[in-house]
Design a protein around this ligand. Structure first.
Ligand code: XLS
Ligand code: MG
Length: 344
């Protein structure tokens, strides 16, 4: 049992294709994924706009809403909620140079059209959360655009989303690089600053993904803590990452168990979830994984979260207090290692 509600995206069960090679597993139909997610104990699905409404570029606004309503019926059938909708602004030929801060006005307009359609879809699916993962928002060539202009473009784009819908909450998922070279909004600190600069900071928050924090050279539990201190941690994407290299989206906790423990601990200490927040997993299966094991990385991540919840629930705060009073941080550190290793 867990104290958390979990969410997952359909892209987390995938064929294994990467930049260097083709698929290694068969595609699984969307409805089958939803059914399996529900059996596994997930209570919500995360969506990109085109996960929810495939080929939406070819549809008009009313057709997009109608497709979203059909999806809502399917979700209801499996008692699944939609956690958020995120415009996919990195695949389309219009977003080669980014979305909201593209150097082309036509492409910026396209990005805003997709953001507004994502808000429409979110409304039909019964969620007030729009996640923006700023995949290509930054520079490929440092001199191609001014970082001042680009930052202001992002703020103005978010303002337009806030004006378009008076209820929508915009949740920024920061990442320092990849696929872009230099990102404009790389960490939770950037998210907070952008939020404060918008017309309604109360509706702009953050989504911390563990791997993205690690790519920025930061400890995800501190990024989580920072956003919690500002009351702006509105969702999380738990996963893991082996150092500063390409984005790996490994199963939660498999690279750095202590860091994973501290993410769960800080979430629990601050009652994360009490306002309806989900623990989202954004994990990918290895390329070698077989069809039969297509969901194993998700099962493993859920098991690790739950096991770490048990560890965090047993954390001896009296002992910690004594160690802190005596400045016995060596003792405290060994206590944590023993707790994680099961040596008591
Ligand atoms: C990046 C994800 C991405 C976002 C949502 O981390 O894979 O899809 O979480 O857009
Ligand atoms: Mg993510």
């Amino acid at each position: 049992m867990s104290r958390f509600k979990f969410s997952v995206g359909p892209w987390n069960v995938h064929t294994g294709a990467d930049s260097y090679g083709p698929a290694t597993r068969n595609d699984i139909p969307f409805e089958e994924k939803v059914k399996k997610f529900s059996e596994m104990g997930f209570s919500a699905i995360q969506f990109h706009d085109d996960d929810a409404v495939p080929n939406l570029n070819d549809l008009n606004e009313e057709e997009i809403r109608a497709e979203a309503r059909k999806l809502k019926e399917l979700l209801d059938k499996y008692h699944m909620a939609a956690e958020f909708v995120a415009p996919r602004l990195w695949m389309d030929p219009h977003t080669i140079d980014g979305g909201f801060m593209s150097t082309s006005k036509e492409d910026r307009d396209f990005a805003m059209w997709r953001a507004k359609r994502s808000i429409d879809i979110a409304n039909e699916l019964g969620t007030d959360m729009l996640v923006i993962w700023l995949a290509r928002e930054g520079t490929l060539c440092a001199e191609s655009k001014s970082p001042v202009w680009a930052t202001r473009q992002l703020i103005e784009a978010i303002n337009e989303m806030l004006r378009y819908d008076s209820k929508i909450r915009v949740v920024i998922e920061p990442k320092p690089n990849e696929p872009i070279d230099r990102s404009i909004c790389g960490t939770m600190g950037h998210v907070m600053a952008i939020s404060a600069a918008t017309i309604d900071p109360s509706r702009v928050g953050g989504n911390l993904e563990s791997a993205h924090a690690i790519l920025a050279g930061l400890d995800p539990s501190h990024e989580i803590g920072f956003a919690l201190a500002m009351n702006k941690l509105w969702t999380v994407h738990l996963n893991d990452q082996n150092g500063i290299k390409f984005d790996q989206d490994k199963s939660f906790g498999v690279e750095n168990l202590r860091q994973a423990f501290n993410q769960i601990k800080v979430l629990m200490e601050n009652n994360y979830g009490s306002n309806g927040e989900y623990v989202g997993l954004d994990v990918k299966a290895m390329r070698t994984t077989t069809d039969e094991d297509s969901y194993k990385h998700l099962e493993n991540s859920l098991k690790i979260v739950k096991a770490l919840e048990d560890k965090a629930a047993r954390f001896d705060y009296d002992f910690q207090k004594k160690c802190v009073e005596n400045r016995d941080f060596e003792g405290l550190e060994m206590y944590v290692m023993n707790l994680l290793m099961g040596i008591e």
